[in-house]
Design a protein around this ligand. Structure first.
Ligand SMILES: Nc1ncnc2c1ncn2[C@@H]1O[C@H](COP(=O)(O)OP(=O)(O)OP(=O)(O)O)[C@@H](O)[C@H]1O
Ligand SMILES: [Mg+2]
Length: 279
């Protein structure tokens, strides 16, 4: 991590209510440029809800979220209307994510899945290829996008599988393909929701190396949710712990591991918290 990097993402008293349930309750944390920042907590602690607040899928009930110094979401308060950028605006600003439940074009090849994502980051309209404009700009860009897709497959160890229909990929590789698709959008901040779910220990280990090299290669900041403690403790610079929607602790992996509150609420009950089939 670059020490003293500028603030990339800031949650200030972020709160989300679903009817009578407060899923995220007054959560505050700051992530700095270049950090790999972990968000952990038992099932139902509010982790995925925080991702959905950051990328604009849910509106905040209270508090504020800033990205790169700009407010992207703010709950309504007395005399002030709520502010909420749309998910596509937030993606354009540079936040992309992967999903706890994998979302791919299941019937397309691995390569096409990444190429389509690369097209979403291109600066020509979707109509240009349809109109078959002969301009060099299009063909040059098309070539560049194909190279970019190939590079991303290479980076994620997926070149060998490029022609496999994605639904036929082993689960762990589908997760890597999701990361390649998220990277295709040129994020500044990458949100990973349980990227190691369903992976065996070797796959988890290789994912850990990949997350580090992605951060370095793309100058990224990474926010990662994970139940695999080996991965979280091995890869994160700092970790924020949630329990029942509330912040429980924050610090380096060793600080968090030795926090009695965390041990009692989470780590001590770790086996009971991890969902079936995810180990
Ligand atoms: N759209 C929704 N409507 C109502 N309640 C919701 C909604 N989304 C999440 N919740 C509730 O909010 C709480 C937090 O859920 P969330 O998915 O954020 O947990 P999580 O920490 O990601 O858990 P897990 O580790 O199981 O993925 C849960 O009680 C959940 O049932
Ligand atoms: Mg979740």
């Amino acid at each position: 991590m670059k020490s003293g990097g500028k603030e990339v993402l800031k949650l200030e008293h972020a709160t989300k209510q679903f009817g009578g349930l407060t899923a995220v309750d007054d959560v505050t944390f700051t992530i700095r440029e270049g950090e790999i920042f972990g968000l952990i907590g038992p099932n139902g602690a509010g982790k995925t809800t925080i991702f959905n607040l950051i990328n604009g899928v849910y509106a905040l009930s209270g508090g504020k979220i800033l990205f790169d110094g700009k407010t992207i979401a703010e709950g309504a308060a007395e005399g002030r209307k709520a502010l909420q950028l749309k998910p596509f605006q937030i993606a354009q600003m540079g936040i992309t994510r992967t999903f706890q439940n994998i979302r791919l074009f299941k019937n397309l090849s691995v390569y096409d899945n990444v190429l389509i994502a690369c097209h979403r980051s291109a600066n020509y309209s979707l109509f240009e290829p349809l109109l078959r404009l002969k301009g060099t700009r299009f063909s040059k860009q098309e070539k560049a996008l194909k190279h970019k897709a190939e590079d991303l497959l290479d980076l994620m160890g997926l070149t060998f599988y490029r022609d496999v229909i994605s639904v036929n990929l082993p689960y762990g590789l589908q997760r890597k393909l999701e990361i390649a698709r998220a990277l295709a959008l040129d994020p500044k901040l990458l949100l990973l929701d349980e990227p190691a779910a369903g992976m065996n220990p070797e796959e988890t280990d290789s994912l850990m190396q990949m997350i580090r090299s992605i951060r370095d290669k793309f100058d990224l900041t990474v926010l990662i949710i994970e139940h695999h403690m080996d991965l979280i403790m091995g890869v994160c610079d700092r970790i924020h712990v949630l329990n029942f929607g509330k912040s429980l602790a924050e610090g380096t992996p060793s600080q968090v591991q030795s926090s009695p509150a965390v041990i009692e609420a989470y780590l001590g009950a770790q086996d009971g918290c991890v969902k079936e089939g995810e180990r």
